[in-house]
Design a protein around this ligand. Structure first.
Ligand code: MTE
Ligand code: MO
Length: 319
């Protein structure tokens, strides 16, 4: 596919969004079968499937590993997003407060020149790629997701880090009008803002992406709109959502889960069936929608692509 100068996925905010589509679908269902609304493409689409309108243009993933995709419904209704709630089932109903209009990302630290960029401008600058990846949460559940994203390596080249930069650090937006648990002064679920990081060579790996969509359309709020990290060989908590700040730094960043419980969560968090979590085994996982557990694969099945990054490292120590 050619590089698209004026990407056709750049939809006007007035146009329909997946969220609106779902809301409409819900209200149609409420109206019942008696009220038939004629000749609307939305109605047609609703009749076909619950998938949102494809509004992104991207290079398709050939799915050479023949991964079996989880459904849009499964991926968007079982979420970890503590800024809303620790209940995975409730995130989708609370995430409507995440208003992403005018979203900005600031990029700072050890780069040629610090800058701020509008999300809308950012995605216009890069080729979008579909990436069908296994996604494994440290809690023992997993799924297969057709993400759409920007290669993190493309973004890093654009940001031009200098030779002192050894790590990249990400922050989720801090805004208690949007995220109810950030307004929780006494017992927030975790420290905010949520922070994650990668070694720069991990970030430059071909598999690392900044996801902006899934199933062909913009990423739903509960999955970390408008932009989130996806690192498929690492436990899900590395894949930080709703990013508003990216920094290039010299020292290993202290990520949120390591900070909250350093005995149980480290910086690397590579999926590894041979290193158990202190409270449970990591040998198996339950794929959303499946009854029987399956074996967890080394580096979540991406050993060939990423093992060079950890040569000579004691994976029990660097967990
Ligand atoms: N900001 C933020 N990012 C986050 C989390 C979170 O609570 N807050 N949860 C993480 C965890 S533990 C997982 S498993 C994934 C879940 O992503 P999903 O809801 O798209 O499946 O998001 C990760 N990113
Ligand atoms: Mo997770």
């Amino acid at each position: 596919m050619k590089y698209l100068k004026k990407p056709s996925w750049h939809i006007n905010e007035k146009e329909i969004t997946p969220k609106e589509l779902f809301d409409k679908r819900r209200s149609f269902i409420k109206l019942g079968a008696a009220s038939v609304i004629a000749s609307s493409s939305i109605v047609e689409l609703l009749a076909k499937e619950q998938l949102p309108i494809k509004n992104l243009s991207f290079i398709k993933d050939k799915n050479l590993n023949n991964l079996e995709l989880n459904s849009y419904e499964q991926i968007t209704s079982y979420n970890n997003f503590y800024e809303f709630t620790t209940s995975k089932e409730r995130v989708k109903d609370m995430a409507h407060t995440l208003d992403t209009t005018g979203w900005k990302i600031s990029i700072d630290g050890l780069i040629e020149k610090e800058f701020e960029i509008d999300f809308d401008d950012l995605i216009k600058k890069f080729t979008l790629h579909e990436r069908i990846y296994r996604f494994r949460c440290v809690e023992g559940w997993s799924m297969v997701v057709p993400w759409i994203g920007i290669k993190l390596s493309d973004f890093i080249k654009y940001a031009k880090p200098n030779s002192k930069a050894k790590y990249i650090r990400f922050e989720t937006l801090l805004d208690d009008d949007i995220f109810p648990d950030q307004a929780n002064m006494l017992f927030p679920a975790i420290d905010y803002p949520y922070v994650e990081g990668l070694r720069l060579d991990e970030a430059m790996n071909e598999l690392s992406i900044l996801a902006v969509g899934l199933y062909g359309s913009k990423i739903p709020k509960q999955n970390g709109a408008p932009i989130r990290l996806v690192i498929p060989w690492k436990y899900g908590f590395k894949s930080i959502k709703s990013i508003s700040k990216i920094s290039f730094v010299e020292k290993e960043p202290l990520n949120t889960w390591q900070k909250s419980n350093p005995k149980e969560y480290g910086f690397y968090a590579n999926v590894n069936p041979n290193v158990d979590h202190p409270r449970w085994s990591q040998k198996k996982e339950r794929v959303l929608g499946k009854f029987f557990k399956q074996n967890t694969l080394m580096y979540n099945g991406y050993e060939k692509e990423v093992s060079y990054l950890y040569k000579g490292m004691d994976l029990k120590k660097y967990f």
